[in-house]
Design a protein around this ligand. Structure first.
Ligand code: 13P
Length: 248
């Protein structure tokens, strides 16, 4: 069964609205093949995504939501508001949220649920730390994170999974193709255990120091269905270079 190949940009807490405009003006001029991209940008820039991306059929959304529908949650963004604004996707459980903001699997699962309630496709991030990998716990950790994150999910609706080894994020230390493939196979099997064939239809992205230079070898294996890109997605050339070098 064929799965969509996706190149998702996670700008993290970078760029203001002006820089975002400049990026999209240049990026959209540079290519006509847009359907494989997704953009996750900070809330303050979402109006720029709303202006440029829907007419090009590019999916976009926030890097986080809160799981309550509305209420006294100062500083948070609801799935309801994000959906009304026109977003199509939302990033959930990124390791920076898990580590810096103490986000638990329990919270992640509630966020996945509310995202789906408001027709946002969740991109659910999992990944082990370096000490966990060294202790031989990678498979156990990512299965646990995935299953816990999906415990409230409607598995008849589309989800996207991103495998991001924490030690490869922003470090330049990319996972080897073998390490990435092993993790992706593990996640696919876990998805199949949750629901027959779920692993065959769900795109699993790799994230962690993806660049134009390593995109080809990482995109070759059939188990890697695309990328979640941080640093290299901040320039139109970096992102388009990853697309151009990927084999899919
Ligand atoms: P880098 O591509 O900068 O390593 O970031 C990966 C990431 O965290 C994407 O979500």
């Amino acid at each position: 069964m064929s799965r969509a190949f996706i190149i998702a940009a996670n700008w993290k807490m970078n760029k203001g609205p002006h820089e975002a405009e400049v990026f999209f003006e240049e990026f959209l001029k540079g290519t006509e093949r847009f359907e494989n991209y997704l953009f996750f940008i900070s809330d303050i820039n979402l109006h720029v995504a709303q202006k440029y991306l829907p007419q090009n059929n590019i999916g976009w959304g926030a890097q986080n939501i809160y799981f309550e529908e509305e209420g006294a949650f100062t500083g948070e963004t609801s799935a309801k508001a994000l959906s009304e604004f026109g977003a199509t996707h939302v990033l959930i459980g990124h390791s920076e949220r898990r580590q810096i903001f103490n986000e638990s699997d329990e919270w992640v699962s509630q966020k996945v649920k509310v995202a789906q309630q408001f027709a946002l496709t969740p991109v659910i991030c999992v990944g082990e730390t370096w000490p966990e990998r060294q202790a031989g716990e990678t498979q156990k950790i990512i299965i646990k994170q995935l299953k816990a994150s999906l415990q409230r999910a409607d598995l008849s609706q589309k989800i996207i999974v991103a495998y991001e080894p924490v030690w490869a994020i922003g470090t330049g230390q990319v996972a080897s193709v073998e390490q990435a493939v092993e993790a992706h196979k593990t996640l696919r099997q876990a998805l199949n255990q949750l629901k027959p064939d779920l692993g065959e239809i769900t795109s699993i992205l790799y994230g962690g120091s993806v660049k134009p230079e390593n995109a080809k070898e990482l995109s070759d294996p059939k188990d890697i269905d695309g990328f979640l890109v941080g640093g290299a997605s901040l320039s139109p050339q970096g992102l388009a270079g990853i697309y151009d070098n990927s084999s899919f």
